[in-house]
Ligand binder design. Structure first.
Ligand SMILES: C[S@@+](CC[C@H](N)C(=O)[O-])C[C@H]1O[C@@H](n2cnc3c(N)ncnc32)[C@H](O)[C@@H]1O
Length: 264
């Protein structure tokens, strides 16, 4: 059965299981310590008592970093399952969409939209909404991944799909919002600047690579189904094992990008 991109997103964030698996993978297998929330909060630099919007907050991975700076959080999240997955929320969660934020104008001191803008069909509308709700002079952080087209995982995925006759010629998340989007961000936030962190995932064994792959990247095909997932995971298992046998590890360079801007 064909799955639409909207249904795929609903499935992806029905609860936080897949997101939590990817977060744990980055924590465990990064070559150098990876603490993206602490890095982004260092750039955003909220003051004590400031109110920070977390748009597309997911399972609240940034909230302890916000709280450790004495700031408060209002979290807006579209997926109810994601909101339910947060057992002891550090933030007040509001169900809503980043392109129609359920907040009055100029009500937050700073805003964040982390690893979520690539999911939004109308990115300019989301940027306008972040600008509308943030008080003039507040900081806005928009975090995403650098280009993953050339990542060894994506290359192996494309090879596996080609061998299996599965059409994988589709946009990936970083094509939609990656490290080429500064111009788009500056149309709303003229002083936006790019900050980047370079790191790598290094896997000594195949299992965590396959778990990571199955949690999301496997669906980068035109018509994902249970069959395409099964066939791709099986073939990727062979290809990743071959690579580890040859190289002793499977290494995926990664780059996290944060556009930081002042609300006009
Ligand atoms: C990859 S997760 C990132 C979660 C969190 N920001 C983080 O970095 O850990 C993307 C989140 O954005 C949410 N999301 C996607 N589109 C959205 C939209 N239009 N409005 C609000 N939330 C959205 C998803 O439900 C999901 O929880």
């Amino acid at each position: 059965m064909r799955v639409t991109s909207r249904e795929r997103l609903g499935e992806q964030y029905a609860d936080d299981a897949r997101l939590a698996l990817r977060q744990e993978t980055h924590r465990r297998y990064s070559e150098r310590p990876d603490n993206t929330p602490a890095w982004v909060l260092g750039l955003l630099a909220p003051g004590i008592g400031d109110l920070v919007l977390d748009a597309g907050a997911g399972n609240g991975a940034y909230h302890s970093a916000v709280q450790s700076r004495g700031a408060k959080i209002v979290a807006v999240e579209r997926a109810m399952g994601m909101i339910r997955s947060v057992s002891e929320p550090a933030a007040s969660y509001v169900a809503g969409d980043v392109t129609a934020l359920p907040l009055s104008s100029d009500t937050v001191d700073h805003s964040m939209a982390n690893h979520m803008l690539y999911h939004v069909p109308d990115i300019p509308a989301a940027l306008q909404e972040l600008a509308r709700v943030t008080r003039a002079g507040g900081q806005v952080a928009m975090t995403t991944n650098g280009d993953r087209r050339e990542s060894p995982l994506q290359r192996l995925h494309e090879r596996a799909a080609r061998e299996l006759g599965i059409d994988a010629d589709v946009p990936i998340t970083t094509d939609r919002f990656g490290d080429h989007n500064l111009g788009q961000v500056r149309r709303v936030f003229p002083d936006a600047a790019t900050h980047a962190q370079v790191n790598a995932l290094v896997f000594p064994t195949a299992e965590p690579v396959l778990a990571y792959y199955a949690s999301g990247p496997v669906d980068s095909v035109r018509e994902p189904t249970a069959d395409t997932r099964r066939e791709l995971v099986t073939r990727m298992d062979e290809l990743v094992r071959q690579r580890i046998a040859a190289d002793g590890e499977f290494r995926i360079p990664k780059r996290v990008v944060c556009y930081l801007a002042t609300a006009p």
